[in-house]
Design a protein around this ligand. Structure first.
Ligand SMILES: NC(=O)c1ccc[n+]([C@@H]2O[C@H](COP(=O)([O-])OP(=O)(O)OC[C@H]3O[C@@H](n4cnc5c(N)ncnc54)[C@H](OP(=O)(O)O)[C@@H]3O)[C@@H](O)[C@H]2O)c1
Length: 240
């Protein structure tokens, strides 16, 4: 029987590429999303991958969502914590609400998803947790004190939990994408995009599929000796 993989924010952008790549690699995939029903429906129509709506910022909703996925598809072996948002503002203009929304989703979200799943992974003595952090969690970014703090927190979480999971064959790793050609990045004015590309030594944006391929490797049995690691996939823009 194929292993079950759950991808948060798995219906759009990088998450959609991850969901598709895991399906192509033979997993039964569940894609979670927050509220964009139209995009989720189009994604399911295109791929046949089931989508599930709840917010990763809500612990009880995560526990209930995981239960539903496991009842419908079987025990989850691979969790990709990909859901994320930005609420950018220079610090003197950043509101407590902007801070809270980003921390609740990008940092607490990975606790809320991983914690209810953890006992099952320990019992089954197998698991793969893959956290999608960001280059901006490694280097910091102007107008992203909230986002950079959350994404740096994801890396600390990854390293701590890797130590706890190891004896039960549960690996916990992170990927830090650089600038990827998703709707969000393609929506910025061309001039700004060009200035971003000028900072990337390979001379282009990354493709969502390039992050997805890193996920497929970390999820595989071949990656059993890789844990607590951070893979930087950023075209050489920053060496952590
Ligand atoms: N794009 C980049 O260049 C880049 C670079 C570095 C890191 N990242 C990270 O990569 C991840 C994916 O980014 P992306 O650019 O692909 O984002 P995106 O295109 O904006 O898609 C975000 C996905 O996350 C879901 N989501 C947002 N808040 C959620 C919540 N509270 N609960 C459940 N799902 C939620 C969205 O659901 P709906 O469709 O319902 O809104 C959507 O499926 C994020 O963690 C981001 O920080 C991105």
């Amino acid at each position: 029987m194929s292993k079950v993989a759950l991808v948060t924010g798995g219906s759009r952008g990088i998450g959609a590429a991850i969901s598709k790549a895991l399906k192509d690699a033979g997993y039964t995939v569940a894609a979670n999303y927050a509220g964009n029903d139209e995009a989720a429906k189009a994604f399911t129509d295109e791929t046949g991958i089931k989508t599930y709506k709840w917010s990763v910022a809500d612990y009880d909703a995560c526990a209930a969502g995981i239960k539903q996925v496991e009842e419908e598809l079987g025990p989850i072996a691979v969790l990709v914590n990909n859901a994320g948002i930005t609420r950018d503002a220079p610090f003197h203009k950043m509101t407590p609400q902007q801070w809270k929304e980003v921390i609740d989703t990008n940092l607490s979200g990975i606790f809320n998803m991983t914690h209810p799943l953890w006992p099952g992974l320990r019992d089954r003595k197998f698991g793969r947790i893959i956290n999608i952090s960001s280059i901006n969690g490694q280097k910091g970014q102007f107008a992203q004190a909230n986002y950079s703090a959350a994404k740096a927190g994801d890396l600390g979480f990854t390293k701590a939990l890797a130590q706890e999971g190891a004896r039960n064959n549960i690996t916990v790793n992170a990927i830090c994408p650089g600038y990827i050609a998703t709707e969000m990045v393609m929506a910025v004015p061309e001039k700004v995009r060009e200035s971003i590309i000028a900072q990337i030594p390979v001379g282009r944006l990354g493709e969502p599929e390039e992050i997805a391929r890193c996920v497929v490797f970390l999820a595989s049995d071949d990656a059993g000796f890789v844990t607590g690691a951070t893979i930087s996939a950023n075209g050489g823009q920053y060496f952590a």
